[in-house]
Design a protein. Structure first.
Length: 371
């Protein structure tokens, strides 16, 4: 007998929606689709609302513009000796889904090392990209945020210019300079850009999911792909599954484990990959994962018999410091993840950031009243 045929993740996604419906958790509810930003995907692969078809057409047009712009800016940054890497959004649509019309995107995400940030920011400014929020000055984003949210003055395209993948006190050490140097060119019909090498790409995707869903990862009574501090969390898990489907033959698993340990994300990667098995339990693209399941200290035992909890309300904002960071910090104390010094540092950082946020908002409001 030969190796079982690999089931494409987009088909697995349809099975997933049906499975959620069978368990009575909203999969048959039309609200499930918009709650996870799945209208464009549904518009192409499912028969249903005309609004889904419209969403697909709109996403396709926007995605084509974004992929073309990323390709242009990638060439510009590389010509000046920089090492950008692009992830998620419309670029995932083009490279993972095979259609940038099915993967919604708000902005383009590009990562550079902190050393390359000033040059990259200056080049993007020359191309018309500026901080789009007048509430917070540049120093605020530099000190408390992980990226500069930029908007083009004329066409309105958004770019998140990242210089870190997580806050320093998180204990994570993701070397963006090394990731940039190891990057590879990815080509699609609409252009080409640099993306992380397969092992780096997988680790970055896992670290991103862990950061955005960390409260739920440690609770085995809920499905973290259906919860989180922002809508569309399920889409990030589907992204990861598609990434594994595309790159599984090229992945060096010993290298992945070694880098995960060096970056301080081994626990999170093991948990995320364990969870993603639930999306594709029979998929051969996960057969290379031989690590034992990771059970964290003080983890929350299942109280629902393995059922999936309903979606939690979203609490996402574009503030410099998300409210979820506070909740994650409190939750992490129960896991014993932080030393006393780290805990004190987190408290100090949160207090300082809250004061700076209030100061910036107060100043912005005062200017509006005066003007």
């Amino acid at each position: 007998m030969g190796e079982p045929a690999m089931k494409h993740p987009l088909i697995l996604w349809l099975d997933r929606v049906a499975g959620v419906a069978d368990r009575g958790n909203g999969g048959d509810d039309p609200a499930f689709i918009p709650a996870h930003r799945l209208e464009p995907l549904a518009g192409k692969y499912l028969e249903g609302s005309e609004a889904w078809t419209v969403a697909y057409s709109q996403t396709l047009l926007k995605g084509m513009r974004m992929v073309g712009e990323a390709s242009r800016l990638d060439r510009l940054l590389c010509e000046h000796g920089l090492h950008p890497v692009w992830t998620r959004g419309a670029l995932y649509g083009a490279s993972l889904y095979g259609d940038c019309g099915v993967r919604p995107a708000t902005d383009l995400d590009v990562y550079l090392s902190g050393e390359e940030l000033p040059a990259a920011e200056a080049l993007l400014a020359e191309q018309g990209y500026r901080l789009f929020s007048h509430r917070y000055p540049r120093w605020y984003y530099r000190r408390y945020h992980l990226q500069f949210p930029l908007r083009h003055a004329e066409n309105g395209l958004l770019i998140d210019l990242h210089w870190a993948a997580d806050h320093p006190l998180s204990g994570k050490r993701l070397p963006l300079a090394d990731i940039g140097c190891r990057s590879r060119v990815r080509s699609a019909d609409l252009g080409s850009w640099h993306e992380p090498a397969p092992e780096d790409h997988l680790l970055l995707a896992c670290a991103h999911i862990a950061k955005e869903s960390s409260i739920w990862l440690w609770d085995d009574s809920v499905d973290p792909s259906l919860t989180g501090d922002a809508p569309g969390r399920f889409l990030s898990w589907l992204d990861l599954l598609l990434l594994l489907y595309r790159d599984h033959a090229d992945l060096d698993w010993p290298q992945i484990e070694e880098r995960a340990m060096a970056w301080g994300v081994l626990k999170e990667v093991r948990i995320v990959l364990g969870r993603v098995r639930a999306l594709a339990p029979q998929s051969p693209c996960l057969s290379g994962i031989a690590w034992p399941a990771f059970v964290p200290p003080f983890h929350v035992a299942s109280t629902s018999g393995g059922g999936i909890a309903p979606e939690q309300p979203g609490h996402h904002s574009r503030l410099g410091v998300r409210t979820s960071r506070v909740r994650e910090w409190i939750h992490s104390l129960g896991r014993g993840d932080h030393s006393l010094i780290q805990t004190a540092g987190q408290i100090a950082r949160i207090t300082e950031a809250a004061a700076a946020t209030a100061l910036c908002l107060g100043y912005h409001q005062a200017r509006r009243v005066i003007s």
